[in-house]
Design a protein around this ligand. Structure first.
Ligand code: ADP
Length: 290
C-alpha cells in the first residue's frame, strides 16, 4: 500500500464569482460585468500547497455528480495529488460570490458533497494527517483517531472556527488558528492546556507565534509585495504539513511555511498562488530568518 507524506481530509469547492456594479437587493436582478470559476475549499487548497511544497499527497474528500467534480478532479491531478473521493448524488461544494465595484463581496457557501466526507472506509497511510473544519466534525475526530493509531502526526486548521470538543483538542499534535480564530477558541494557553501539542498562531504580515508547553516563540513575517492575501493561511498549513512529514523540527517547518504563506500573497487567487518548493527555498535563502 502506498505511503504518503501528507493526507488531507477536507473540503473541495468550485467558487463561482460574478462581478457587478452593485449587489442586487432581495428580489432584484442586476446586470453582471464579469464571471469566473475558481477551484477552492480549504482542503483542496491545502492539498495543493503541500504537493507544491514537495510532499507526496493524498486527498480524502467528496464530490457531487456534476461538471464541477470533473474540474476539481483535474486540479488535483495537475499537482499529482492522489485522491480517495466519494461521489454523492447531489452538488459538489460551491461558494457563490458576488463582488461589487468597490471590491465588497457577499458569499453563499453550499457544503454540498463536503457534508458527506467520511473516513469510514479507512485512512490512507501517511506521516501527517491534516484537517480543517469545512467537513463534519465527526469525520475530523475519526481521522485524527485513525492517524494517532497509525502513529501519524495530526494538524488541525480550525477554520472556519467551531466549538471544539475536549476529545478533538487532545487529538491535535499541532493546531494552526489565525489571530482571530485563536481568540474565539479561548486563547493559545487554553489550547495548550487542553492537550494540543503545539499551537501555531498565524498573524498575517505580523508573522506567527509558536506556543508549546515549554515555551513561546515569535517568527517575523517575510517581506514581500502583497497583491492578494487569499490563500496565505492555506499555503502555510499545507507547507507546514509537508515539512513536518519530512522530519523538520516545528520551528524549521514553521519558517518554511511562513515563506510559503508570504509568497501566496504575491499573486491573486488561492490555488494559482500556491508557491513551488524552489520559490520557497529561494525566499528563505534571500531573507534568512524572515
Ligand atoms: P489566514 O489566511 O488563515 O488568515 P494569515 O493571514 O495569518 O492566515 O497568513 C498565514 C501566514 O502567511 C502568516 O503567518 C505569514 O507567515 C504569511 N503571511 C500572510 N500575510 C502576509 C504578509 N502580508 N506578508 C508576509 N507574510 C504573510
Amino acid at each position: 500500500m502506498a505511503h504518503y507524506d501528507v493526507c488531507v481530509v477536507g473540503s473541495a469547492n468550485l467558487d463561482i464569482v460574478a462581478t457587478a456594479a452593485r449587489h442586487p437587493l432581495p428580489g432584484e436582478t442586476v446586470h453582471g460585468t464579469g464571471y469566473h470559476e475558481y477551484p477552492g475549499g480549504k482542503g483542496l487548497n491545502q492539498a495543493v500547497a503541500a504537493a507544491r511544497s514537495g510532499g507526496r499527497v493524498t486527498f480524502v474528500g467528496a464530490l457531487g455528480d456534476d461538471t464541477a467534480a470533473d474540474i476539481l478532479r483535474n486540479v488535483l491531478a495537475a499537482d499529482a495529488i492522489d485522491d480517495r473521493l466519494s461521489i454523492t448524488s447531489g452538488a459538489t461544494g460551491r461558494a457563490v460570490i458576488v463582488v461589487d465595484e468597490s471590491g465588497e463581496n457577499s458569499i453563499v457557501v453550499v457544503a454540498g458533497a463536503n457534508a458527506s466526507v467520511t473516513v469510514d472506509r479507512g485512512l490512507p497511510s501517511a506521516s501527517v494527517v491534516l484537517c480543517q473544519l469545512e467537513i463534519p466534525l465527526t469525520t475530523v475526530v475519526a481521522s485524527f483517531r485513525a492517524a494517532r493509531a497509525a502513529g501519524a502526526t495530526t494538524i488541525l486548521n480550525p477554520a472556519p472556527t467551531a466549538e471544539l470538543s475536549a476529545d478533538l483538542l487532545a487529538l491535535c499534535d499541532v493546531i494552526v488558528p489565525n489571530e482571530h480564530e485563536v481568540d474565539l477558541l479561548g486563547g493559545a494557553d487554553a489550547l495548550v492546556a487542553a492537550g494540543c501539542g503545539a499551537v501555531v498562531v498565524t498573524r498575517g504580515g505580523d508573522g506567527l507565534d509558536i506556543h508549546t508547553p515549554m515555551r513561546t516563540q515569535h517568527l517575523a513575517a517575510f517581506d514581500v509585495d502583497v497583491v492578494d492575501t487569499t490563500g496565505a493561511g492555506d499555503a502555510f498549513c499545507g507547507a507546514l504539513a509537508c515539512r513536518l512529514a519530512a522530519g523538520d523540527a516545528l520551528t524549521d517547518a514553521a519558517r518554511w511555511a511562513s515563506a510559503a504563506g508570504a509568497l501566496a500573497t504575491t499573486a491573486p487567487g488561492a490555488v494559482p498562488a500556491q508557491p513551488q518548493a524552489d520559490a520557497i527555498s529561494a525566499l528563505l535563502v534571500r531573507q534568512g530568518d524572515g
